[in-house]
Design a protein around this ligand. Sequence first.
Ligand SMILES: [Zn+2]
Ligand SMILES: [Zn+2]
Length: 429
Amino acid sequence: MKAVLDHVGIAVSDLPAALAFYRDALGLHVEPPEDVETQHVRAHFIPVGGSTLELLEATAPASAIARFVEKRGPGLHHITLSVENIDAAIAHLKTRGVRLIDQEPRPGAEGARVAFIHPAAAHGVLVELKQPARRSASAPSWPTAESLRVQRHTIGDLEVTSLYDGYFRLDGGAMFGIVPRALWQKKVAADERHRVLLAMRPLLIRGEKTVLVDAGLGDKDSEKFRDIYGVDRARHLDDALADAGVAADDIDVVVATHLHFDHAGGFTVRTPGGRIVPRFPRARYTIVKGEWEAATRPTERTRASYIPENFVPLLDAGVIDFVSGDEAVMPGVRLQRSGGHTMYHAMVWLESGAARAVYPADIVPTTAHLPNAWALGFDLYPADSVTAKAALSADLLTTNTLTFFAHDPVHAAGHLVEHHGVRSLRPPS
Ligand SMILES: [Zn+2]
Ligand SMILES: [Zn+2]
């Protein structure tokens, strides 16, 4: 069994005293805490090389950490070993007669699957085995139900919900441009057809109006298309809207970041009679004029990404409002042209009271794309993407802004943080 130390959990009873040692005396960086509400635990993460120390603080008397501290005092609570295949690891341990707490893996944080080995078998140490979500990207056991869940946030007066329209797959090399596979495959697993798993995550904003940003792939595609792109819409936008308590005719405005099929496919729908009509019957559709021109006059390079039936029927129905790419959609919501991915690709900013959020769409489609230089091979103007991302990141690292990811298979949103030049995501607060 190949195992890598993932983290060491330390139960603390006096957090300020623990911080005085780990942060102030040792001089280690302590990341903002994360609450694991189901466990009544607040975890403070301290990155140390390839692994992490976790200071675990009980938030309620019922917490296992509170009981641990009461019984044994503060100290080493558990160690976590990361394994490639947790099912194989458990099966192996069973054949060796090792006493387990979990006979089967159970869901852990961030889509991981975890199982505990009994301390009696591990010489007094509680050992957790963990299979991180990323490693199983090509495996059928991917935790779909867990990561495709609507997530509601409040941004000032706006209620913002990350939706989903299922998964698809794109060639890994094309998703990471000039980044060598040796680097990107440390973050993302490719399947046997060299594709990486991506989610489609449109954004719902409820304020003065009800606004939908992008609409995923929709369901007009052929069997062949769905095979090429590994489309998995077992749970799709209709489910997400239902989860969010919104009906199709509640949508007032649909905003397009751009018109690629994985963002605009859900703008239209085929009727039982075979006609293609706007999917949101009451909505006006906000489309950047320059992007429309690019989409309706594609080049050989761009043709595969633009499918006319996703947007031309909107023009026929007279429901499009063309915009320049830098304007307000409603109070608190505005478009900002980024360029890069396409000449007129736009990001969406949400600003209400002191709160801010951004939907950068394909400028930062997943958390794997956080480094400035990690631009997509699909980008038509990659140097502009890097410039746009650099400006965006400088903003995100100095402000408390929630970032939504259009394609991350695991993370719908989070706050960008940087430590020793390495960027990562802090969960939404
Ligand atoms: Zn795109
Ligand atoms: Zn996209």
